[in-house]
Design a binder for this molecule. Structure first.
Ligand code: AMP
Ligand code: GLY
Length: 426
């Protein structure tokens, strides 16, 4: 079988790595890929959101399954375009991807189907939004409706901060059309977890739980990023909480999509806030989390090609997922300056130090090969060092030991990934 993976991040490197282990997969292509992916798959110079070129390539090569990593092509309708041509694709269609593409759509759906989430109101004008903010008082969370590369959410501690955020979105159009509508919602406090499920249209099965680390610095300080590290499982997601999420979030979700005639096939990611022991949905994403996918896929025992094919074909009732009884941690190494401006082109040393090991791996994100074949940095998040261990503590030790061998100018990583889980387990 021939597989095309769309995307170029650490998540896509992990997907390619896991798909490569399938005895059914003969050849993997990745568009556009990165320097690490190039060691496992044939990288194709097509952008992840160039749907026409990707479809033409898939037809030309006779691709059997296309796996879409990032949200951008999904919300632009890549799955619809492939399905129209009878091509199997893993990832939801345009209508189903609105759960990530529009926060107003996701919140209205949650309200309609009784899924626990923060109270909210949606606005299109500054005057109305401002009046509401003054009435409610701080703290409040202000969200741009559309995709904003993870930057469209502002936690406002004061009324002034909230109004400033609204002004930036509605008047200054900081996020372009993504700010045509805004959501103002109640600020929830608690511990976050990432809870992903596979949905094949009518069946839903949970993946292993995980927890992301959004802030750039230790102790959750500094600005938000795409994610600086993740571990799986997340001890905050106890078996009881998992059952509650399946009953109070996923069951009404499935009823809702049936009622609204939304054909959802792929991963559904629920960002959960656990408040007073109860799960509330902060957001839905229509894809694997990055970096959550890295530790989750490292723990997956089942054949990922089978899992994805059965999901795309609506046959998940034939699948039982198997997991390694181990913990896994991914520590992201970023470029100096990220999530603000950063330099590119720094040579990365020590990548070979982990070759031959299957308990510690380096998944590449923002890397590329330069003209002399050296691996250099080319993005904000550069690498995700991912390790397994008998428990989170051992996985953490393995990951940080592996990082010691890797170096590039200005590299930054958090030293406390996994700390929360270890404390909780004590
Ligand atoms: P989102 O993209 O909606 O997940 O928001 C990004 C981050 O903002 C989340 O991971 C939370 O840390 C935070 N956040 C979003 N909504 C809320 C909320 N209602 N209360 C508190 N924090 C929130
Ligand atoms: N790590 C958070 C996300 O993928 O959205």
């Amino acid at each position: 079988m021939k597989v095309l993976v769309v995307g170029s991040g650490g998540r896509e490197h992990a997907l390619v790595w896991k798909l490569k282990q399938s005895s059914r997969v003969d050849k993997i292509f990745c568009a556009p890929g990165n320097a690490g992916i190039a060691g496992l798959a044939k990288c194709i110079d097509i952008k992840a959101d160039d749907i026409n070129s990707l479809l033409n390539f898939a037809k030309y090569e006779g691709i059997d399954l296309t796996v879409v990593g990032p949200e951008d092509p999904l919300t632009k309708g890549i799955a619809d375009a492939f399905e129209r041509e009878g091509r199997l694709v893993f990832g939801p269609n345009k209508k189903a991807s609105q759960f990530e593409g529009s926060k107003v759509f996701a919140k209205d759906f949650m309200l309609k189907y009784g899924i626990p989430t923060a109270q909210y109101r949606a606005f299109t004008t500054l005057a109305e939004a401002e009046e509401h903010v003054r009435l409610k008082g701080a703290p409040l969370v202000i969200k741009a409706d559309g995709l904003a590369a993870g930057k469209g959410v502002i936690i406002a501690k004061t009324v002034d901060e909230a109004i400033e955020a609204l002004r930036a979105m509605i008047i200054e159009r900081k996020f372009g059309d993504a700010g045509n509508k805004v959501v103002v919602e109640e600020c929830l406090e608690g511990e976050e977890a990432s809870f992903m499920v596979l949905i094949d249209g009518s069946n839903v099965i949970p993946l292993a739980s995980s927890q992301d680390h959004k802030r750039i610095f230790d102790n959750d300080e500094g600005p938000n990023t795409g994610g600086m590290g993740a571990y799986s499982p997340a001890p905050v997601v106890t078996p009881e909480l998992e059952k509650e999420i399946m009953d109070t979030v996923m069951a009404p979700f499935m009823r809702g999509i049936a009622r609204e005639q939304i054909n959802y096939r792929g991963v559904l990611y629920a960002g959960i806030m656990v408040c007073g022991g109860r799960p509330y949905v902060l957001e839905f994403n229509c894809r694997f989390g990055d970096p959550e996918a890295q530790p989750i896929l490292m723990r997956l025992e089942s054949d990922l090609f089978d899992v994805m094919k059965l999901t795309a074909q609506g046959r998940l009732d034939e699948m039982r997922l198997k997991w390694k009884d181990k913990s896994s941690i991914c520590v992201v190494i970023s470029s100096k300056g990220y999530p603000g401006e950063y330099e590119k082109g720094k040579a990365i040393k020590g990548l070979d130090s982990l070759s031959g090991r299957d308990d510690a791996l380096v998944f590449h994100a923002g890397t590329r090969l330069n003209a002399s074949g050296e691996t250099v940095t080319s993005g904000g998040r550069v690498l995700g060092v991912t390790a397994l261990g008998s428990d989170i503590k051992t996985a953490k030790e393995n990951a940080y030991k592996a990082i010691e061998k890797i170096h590039f100018d200005g590299m930054h990583y958090r030293k406390d990934i996994g700390g929360k889980a270890i404390k909780r387990n004590q």
